[in-house]
Design a protein around this ligand. Structure first.
Ligand code: F6R
Length: 606
């Protein structure tokens, strides 16, 4: 949701703090602030706007400090104005706090503090924290005591950190439900909402669990539980992402870079440990009902998975958007929840897993971020190893998850004797050929897609149509268009048209139709039928289809012809085209591609 970065070191840490918070900007970017220790005084700078501009405007890099915190915000409570920007200080100015998450009982705490004559300067839930720290410090004359007392009063979710003039060489931090970790270097320590805060400096991380707090100085750290107050021995997690992957590497945007990384993603997925996939397949086989859950893009991955499990393994798994899980799922000991999440921190998906656990159901997840809450909570995790996905718009992570789902479905199909060994090998061979095919399409078709996108960038309403497994592809491609280009795009199954939506067809509404290869006879015919329905009403259709030897001449208003490919991988190729259409529309419209409005990389609130 928001990003926290903190550094305590021997030398000036301001550059490292800047790099850390810049790397986290994809988590939120409506305002930014820093707290630095200036001798024995706290120096606070904050304002609305993006990290880079803020640091430049306030000339932060010219400052010197050996300890500091930085925050980049994605507003939840209170407008995007300077007074609501982190850090927040106590009334006496001696504590500076940054926070991610939501303090759900902040109104009651605030009322009580106001009653005690505390003056609030912001509309945020966070501001209660520094005031509580000041209050308890005054009482106990002990920072740790004040911290523990404060933490035990807070309800809701938080990753928080503070520095204080009372102990100017230590960072204090704690977490419940929002991610927080420490980066362990020699003579320098970091804290961050995720690894990107310190990946350039150290690969050694300590991941805090719910209910833990840490006191961090440049040469030591201690982690304790704030309820039992006992010290917790924490393992060091080795981060296997490299910092190079986190950089843009010559691409104008992370989104494009990550789209271009997709061929490599297929190879990475093919190298996953088969026994991990088999474990998930076995869990599905043994369960009465296995629910596929995700939200936003990952819900569409779940829907995609639903089709592959049906066709390759002969099992029907209901897919539910995790925000709707509570009212829908019927869970018991024989159920299973299979979650999909890039960040591993999404509140709704975490809640669905918790619900599964409460009912003693088995839980598994396909997750990109190791050490994330979901990765640690489930009975079985498959780490998809896609590397950091920096663009807020998910592309390569979702693409990889779809490939993982195909592999799990293939293993399940083999176990359930729904497919033969020969069919299994044939499908694997198609996947092995996929990186080369996508690479060629990216090389040869990107220019054409760019042209189509810029020619039609002024179109305000699109219908995205697909049938069968191309339906989730249509949904996902439409979501890309909405979130990055702010253009209305509605994904739906082609079969829906004649049940009402045809009424919309006119000069203003354009359609994109994802057409399967001809071998998929039924789907192909049905999809072409949808195209004909639109064309009969003089609607515009952009047909994306695999070379079928000119059979469709004159059917489409415009077409993009792809090379023939095996049906198993065709939907993934269509997805790449959908991503590029959205990307190039967004660049034509001069949108802020990697940081689209009103979207954050990990949505850790409900
Ligand atoms: C869209 C997008 C969001 C996320 C959703 C779930 O590009 O990124 O729709 O897919 O917020 O996030 P994760 O996968 O982190 O659980």
């Amino acid at each position: 949701m928001c990003g926290i970065s903190g550094v305590v070191g021997f030398k000036n840490i301001v550059d490292s703090l800047y790099q850390g918070i810049l790397n986290l900007e994809y988590r939120g970017y409506d305002s930014c602030g820093v707290a630095l220790m200036n001798g024995t005084r706290l120096l606070i700078k904050k304002d609305v706007g993006e990290v880079e501009k803020f640091f430049r405007k306030e000339n932060v890099l010219s400052l010197k400090s050996q300890i500091g915190l930085a925050h980049t915000r994605w507003a939840t409570h209170g407008k995007v104005v300077r007074r609501n920007t982190h850090p927040f200080t106590s009334g006496d100015g001696k504590f500076a706090v940054v926070h991610n998450g939501i303090i759900s009982n902040y109104r009651a705490l605030r009322d009580q503090l106001i009653h005690e004559k505390v003056r609030f300067l912001s509309d945020t839930d966070t501001e209660v924290i520094p005031h509580l720290l000041e209050k308890f410090y005054k009482k106990h004359k002990n920072i740790e005591e004040a911290m523990v007392k404060t933490l035990n009063l807070l309800e809701g979710s938080f990753a928080l950190a503070f520095i204080t003039v009372h102990q100017p060489d230590q960072i204090y931090c704690a977490k419940r439900e929002s991610p927080l970790m420490l980066g362990i270097g020699d003579e320098i320590k970091f804290i961050g909402s995720d690894f990107n805060a310190f990946i350039e400096h150290t690969k050694n991380a300590v991941i805090l669990d719910d209910g833990e707090y840490a006191i961090v100085s440049r040469d030591a750290y201690v982690v304790k539980n704030y309820v039992t107050r006992k010290e917790v021995a924490k393992p060091i997690t080795k981060i296997d992402w490299d910092s190079e992957t986190s950089r843009k590497g010559g691409y104008p945007h992370y989104m494009l870079k990550e789209i271009y990384e997709q061929p490599q993603m297929v190879s990475t997925v093919l190298e996953l440990d088969i026994s991990d996939l088999d474990e998930v397949a076995d869990m599905i086989l043994k369960s009465d009902t296995a629910y596929l859950v995700g939200v936003g893009t990952t819900f569409y991955v779940a829907k995609f998975a639903q089709y592959v499990f049906s066709s390759l393994a002969g099992v029907f798994l209901p897919s539910i958007s995790s925000d709707e899980f509570v009212g829908l799922a019927n869970l018991n000991r024989k159920s299973m929840v299979l979650a999909i999440s890039q960040s591993g921190e999404t509140y709704d998906t975490l809640s669905a897993i918790k619900q599964g656990k409460a009912a003693h159901a088995k839980t598994a997840a396909v997750v990109n971020v190791m050490g994330s809450s979901i990765a640690r909570m489930v009975d079985k995790v498959v780490l998809q190893n896609s590397g950091p996905e920096i663009s807020v718009i998910s592309t390569k992570a979702a693409f990889s998850q779809m490939a993982v789902m195909i592999l799990i479905a293939l293993r399940l199909g083999l176990k359930a004797k729904k497919i033969t060994r020969g069919q299994y090998e044939k499908h694997l061979a198609s996947l092995r050929d996929l990186p080369g095919i996508i690479q060629n399409i990216l090389n040869e078709r990107s220019g054409f897609i760019h042209r189509i996108a810029s020619n039609h960038s002024k179109v305000r309403h699109w219908l995205y149509l697909g049938r069968g497994i191309y339906y989730p592809i249509a949904l996902e491609a439409a979501l890309k268009m909405k979130e990055v280009a702010y253009v209305h795009a509605e994904g739906m199954p082609g079969g829906f048209l004649k049940h009402g939506t045809l009424a919309l067809i006119d000069k203003e509404i354009y359609s994109v139709v994802f057409i399967p290869p001809r071998e998929d006879k039924f789907l192909y015919q049905a999809t072409i039928h949808s195209v004909e329905e639109i064309r009969a009403r003089s609607g515009f259709v952009l047909g994306i289809h695999f070379d079928d030897r000119g059979k469709n001449r004159d059917l489409f208003s415009e077409e993009l012809i792809l090379p023939p490919v095996p049906p198993l991988v065709a939907p993934l190729i269509q997805l790449v085209i959908g991503q590029l259409l959205a990307y190039f529309t967004a660049t034509s419209l001069k949108c802020n591609v990697d940081k689209p409005r009103f979207l954050a990389k990990s949505v850790t609130v409900g």
